[in-house]
Design a protein. Structure first.
Length: 170
């Protein structure tokens, strides 16, 4: 299956969940199949393209004498401050947890000897501890969409800490 066929299917909406349902439980524009191992040919191809592109970027970064670091972000349901809501969403998707794509990319990074950071667990812990969302804004759907000021601040702190810890001591 060619990647262009995958893109065409995404553009015309085939294989995606109903928009109204997606709005309430899932990130708009994010297919729910991302939360489980791929079985459809298009998803297998999409993961292969993703991994091949990451290999290519890593090789080019190394070629320029730098170090590539893979950072997986979060989507709103993964870091919802309500553990019951996360559990309910995982159950509705038929998955054990909502971090499959992050864990898959972490495994890939490990196999490729690429440094990596998975942000969702840190953001989830903070959101749950403080009872505040790290996605969404007051003038939009609460706890959904882009990171808010909390999400950006926390992500920046976690990334900076990991970069500093990975630097050689002088």
């Amino acid at each position: 299956v060619k990647f262009s066929a995958y893109i065409d299917q995404l553009k015309n909406g085939s294989g995606r969940i109903d928009g109204k349902k997606a709005r309430h439980l899932y990130e708009q524009g994010l297919d729910n199949e991302i939360y489980s191992p791929p079985s459809a040919p298009l998803w297998l191809a999409a993961w292969k393209v993703t991994e091949d592109l990451l290999r290519l970027v890593n090789a080019e970064v190394i070629e320029h004498g730098a170090t590539f670091m893979l950072v997986t972000l979060s989507n709103s349901i993964q870091v919802n401050p309500d553990p019951l809501q996360r559990k309910k969403s995982a159950a509705s998707l038929g998955v054990a947890d909502l971090l499959y794509p992050d864990r898959r990319l972490q495994q890939f990074a490990s196999e490729e000897s690429v440094k990596s950071i998975m942000l969702a667990p840190s953001l989830q812990a903070w959101a749950q501890e403080h009872g505040q969302c790290v996605h969404g804004f007051e003038n939009a759907d609460p706890c959904s969409g882009h990171w808010n000021e909390h999400g950006h601040r926390l992500a920046g702190m976690v990334i900076a800490k990991n970069i500093c810890e990975s630097l050689p001591l002088r």
